[in-house]
Design a binder for this molecule. Structure first.
Ligand code: IMP
Length: 451
């Protein structure tokens, strides 16, 4: 049948797949929020499956900047369901603050936000312990004349909360907050354990009062009651009803607890491998995995970073890319694109498309370096080393690409990009072995080139 001349072209494959995951392929802050926001329009539900308030998504809509930490980025679209899965650690105080902040700006947060009753709760002692451990690791090693050994965590209590989940006896889940009697019982036993741990850690710590915490968190339970549900059944019901689901990865692949640069990682399964455990949805349901990567590399916190540029190039990237943390405000470490790392992450996630972010930031650099291999103890390798001690020994082997000086932020189609910019992108796709589906050339929705 002939296609009518004025027919709307079909959406690119990237937008028409049933269930999609969006996952960061580097050390975080790749700009996942922007792509989630863009894809939200084509999905019915947006789901977080890992991490907690350590994640930071910045989205710019109609010139307005929104920073989200716990609530999925789909909340900006009034008709979408936003789901916080069981794999997330929920700080309910932060979640309510975020909800209020959105409300003040006219964004409704009601039955469009659903939180798993099985997600674990971040409690005050988790933040105390996170902070205390970081201080111990930095202060003690510096006092010994050594380097700072802290992990550079966000101090949001993420690691200690996941530790309690694994310990089991000292964990409290969102569902526990909904029934005051059940909470009181749980809180009594958990507070006793946590107080003993805190006192052993530092006898000067003030301990927690179980009755006061029960009162405070039962009240929070009453405030979040309407959001709490069994999100696993909810998701399966939605999928059976033909609804399209978007999974929003927090943090990023190289920060994965199992596959990242341990111990300089976060405490959850950040890659697409975290989706089944963190939501109860089998991996076979997710056929479209979009790997989000910057056109260069950044990292916050400590840990090896082979292509880091502690020089004018790093500063150029930091200034142009506004590379300061959304969650902590810390300046991010900046460097050249590490394709060995990206290829490893794309392999783990089963990435079906790449989305290249902040491409405009590179304009004006005379040449661009790309790390295509490492040299370790005189031997060349194209394999990533997900252990911090091994990776610290890797020296990047670069290929050099001609830079581009044109202002690509005005481009609206991939075909508009200058030749040198295209060459750089073609190299990424060829090296990683995954086609590029999106190139972002600025913060606004309009500055997104989709293939
Ligand atoms: P935690 O997640 O607060 O325990 O921090 C562990 C490490 O992961 C630190 O180096 C953090 O800076 C890093 N991290 C955690 N979440 C993010 C993120 O969303 N973007 C970038 N780095 C992150």
């Amino acid at each position: 049948m002939p296609v009518p001349v004025n027919a709307t072209p079909p959406p690119p494959a990237l937008l028409s797949s049933t269930h999609t995951a969006v996952v960061g392929l580097q050390w975080g802050d790749e700009g996942k929020g922007k792509i989630v926001d863009l894809l939200t329009e084509h999905h019915d539900a947006i789901v977080r499956y890992n991490g907690g308030a350590n994640a930071g998504h910045t989205i710019v809509v109609a010139g307005e900047r929104y920073a989200l930490h716990l609530i999925p980025a789909g909340i900006l679209n009034p008709d979408k369901l936003n789901i916080v899965g069981n794999g997330v650690v929920v700080d309910p105080v932060k979640m309510l603050e975020e909800k209020e902040g959105l409300g003040r700006r006219g964004i409704r947060v009601g039955s469009n936000l659903r939180v798993s009753s099985r997600a674990h709760v971040v409690l005050p002692w988790h933040k105390t312990l996170d902070e205390a451990l970081e201080n111990l690791l930095s202060g003690r090693s510096v006092a010994r004349g050594g380097a700072d050994e802290s992990l550079g965590t966000t101090r949001r209590g993420i690691g200690p909360c996941y530790a309690d989940k694994i310990t089991r006896a000292s964990a409290i889940r969102v569902g526990d907050l909904l029934d005051e009697n059940r909470l009181a019982e749980r809180m009594r036993s958990v507070t006793a354990i946590k107080n003993a741990q805190l006192r052993a850690f530092d006898p000067s710590f003030s301990t927690f009062d179980s009755d006061a915490l029960t009162k405070q968190y039962a009240e929070i339970g009453r405030q979040i009651f309407t959001h709490v549900t069994d999100t696993t059944y909810l998701l399966h019901d939605l999928m059976k009803a033909g609804k399209r689901v978007l999974f929003e990865g927090a943090n990023a692949c190289l920060l994965d607890i199992d596959h990242g640069t341990f111990p300089f990682v976060t405490s959850s399964s950040t890659s697409a491998l975290g989706i089944p455990a963190g939501t109860g949805v089998p991996c076979s349901n997710v056929s479209n995995v979009i790997g989000i990567m910057k056109a260069y590399t950044t990292r916050v916190g400590a840990g090896p970073f082979p292509t880091e540029q502690n020089n004018a190039t790093g500063q150029y990237i930091r200034d142009r890319g506004r590379e300061y943390g959304t969650t902590t405000g810390r300046p991010r470490r900046c460097g050249w694109l590490d394709l060995v790392a990206v290829k490893y992450s794309a392999m783990l996630c089963g990435a079906t498309r790449l989305s290249i972010m902040l491409f405009d930031v590179l304009a004006g650099l005379e040449t661009l370096q790309v790390c295509d291999a490492y040299e370790v103890k005189g031997k060349r390798t194209d394999r990533f080393m997900p252990d911090a001690i091994d990776l610290a020994e890797a020296t990047p082997v670069y290929t050099t690409w001609p830079g581009f000086s044109e202002d690509v932020s005005r481009c609206r189609r991939l075909a508009d990009l200058p030749t040198n910019a295209r060459k750089y992108l073609d190299h990424i796709a060829e090296f990683v072995g995954v086609p590029i589906g999106i190139v972002s050339v600025g913060p606004d929705r309009a500055q997104t080139l989709i293939d």
